[in-house]
Design a protein around this ligand. Structure first.
Ligand code: SF4
Length: 360
């Protein structure tokens, strides 16, 4: 029997790649559809559960392939809201966090795309870890499988806003999004899946050129280059002008509306003048603006006082684009935007607080 490291990770395959795999095994291509549906839609964890696969094929798959990609090791639950954070462990021991956010009208899952992140945004806990590695498509989609297992209600929305810059791991993130969207996968509509980027201009253009149907969100967070250079070092590579041009290109190419995310930081980017500049930017692109009052992680940034947030929103409301506000949910378990960071790449139980529930 081959060593564990040589086993083929079937969860990392798109449907087309799985078809190639079965053809190379001398099997009919329709086996790919069966196995793909078992892996994702039917959530099988063993080949023996796949009742329309012959015993011979099942035994052959056992020898050469595996369905094991990740496991859920802990969940924690916010005492104030229904938000839950999952700690998901990869086969190499590295961990990422996934957040389940039940709200009245929808249930959203926030997925991680990398272990850590290379971009080092100044307000972000994940950025402080540096980049340890990219996740595979199977490791990304598996996070949703685990979230589904503990969700009190069906999951309706997916956001790629967890650990990592999704467009730094473009191929695997898009493959995972197609697994999540596919009818033999999780069947979640493309317009219910949002991919969020800190502003990687070439990938935004690629996303547009490929006419991907998933929603696009861009973390803007500042309206002057000097400000944004400090908050998001990626701005030194592609400045606000280039970023807004890329967003306009995306909208023209796809005719889809996009979203600008704007994290409000006390005394940094929260003045009426900031709001007016944001308004001028947003009026150039078919977009929605999502304002996110910062969630304090006891660092040097704070959430602005309520009246500052209200004044900012009032200024913005004179624009002709929709404005939404995302109030933090689950900040008592460090599961709000910019707060996802496992503090070690090996699982160390002593680092986690007692309100965590162990999963066998
Ligand atoms: S905000 Fe996003 S892109 Fe920036 S460091 Fe954090 S995870 Fe990376």
């Amino acid at each position: 029997m081959p060593a564990q490291t040589q086993l083929v990770h079937l969860r990392d395959y798109s449907l087309e790649e799985l078809e190639t795999f079965f053809i190379e095994l001398g099997e009919k291509p329709f086996r790919a559809r069966q196995v793909f549906q078992w892996m994702w839609d039917k959530k099988a964890t063993e080949f023996s559960q796949m009742t329309n696969i012959s015993k011979t094929l099942s035994a052959r798959l056992e020898e050469i392939a595996t369905l094991n990609r990740t496991r859920i090791v802990y969940t924690s639950r916010s005492s104030a809201t229904e938000t839950r954070k999952l700690l998901v462990q990869m086969m190499d021991g590295k961990t990422v966090e996934t957040v389940l956010i039940p709200e009245e009208s929808r249930v959203t899952v926030c997925l991680s795309s990398q272990v850590g992140c290379a971009l080092d945004c100044d307000f972000c806990a994940t950025g402080k870890m540096g980049l340890l590695r990219n996740l595979t498509a199977g490791e990304i989609a598996d996070q949703l499988r685990h979230a589904m297992a503990i969700s009190p209600r069906p999951i309706t929305n997916i956001v790629f806003m967890g650990m990592g810059e999704p467009f730094h791991n473009y191929r695997e993130v898009l493959k995972a999004a197609h697994i999540i969207n596919g009818e033999l996968g999780f069947g979640i509509g493309a317009r219910k899946i949002t991919i969020s980027t800190s502003g990687l201009v070439p990938q935004i253009k690629r996303f547009a050129d490929e006419n991907q149907r998933f929603k696009l969100a861009v973390s803007l967070n500042a309206t002057l280059d000097q400000q944004r250079d400090m908050l998001m070092p990626i701005n030194r590579k592609w400045n606000i002008r280039e970023l807004v041009d890329a967003c306009r290109y995306y909208v023209e190419k796809t005719t889809n509306m996009m979203t600008f995310e704007y994290v409000l930081l006390n005394g940094i980017n929260d003045t009426p003048a900031d709001a007016r500049r944001l308004l001028r930017i947003a009026q150039q692109v078919l977009c929605k603006v999502n304002v996110i009052p910062y969630n304090d992680i006891k660092g040097r940034y704070q959430r602005p006082p309520d009246q500052t947030i209200e004044a900012f929103l009032k200024e913005l409301s004179t624009g002709k684009f929709p404005v939404t506000v995302r109030w933090s949910r689950g900040d008592d378990i460090d599961a709000a935007c910019g707060q996802l960071a496992t503090t070690t790449d090996e699982l160390d139980l002593t680092l986690y607080t007692p309100n965590l529930t162990k999963h066998e």
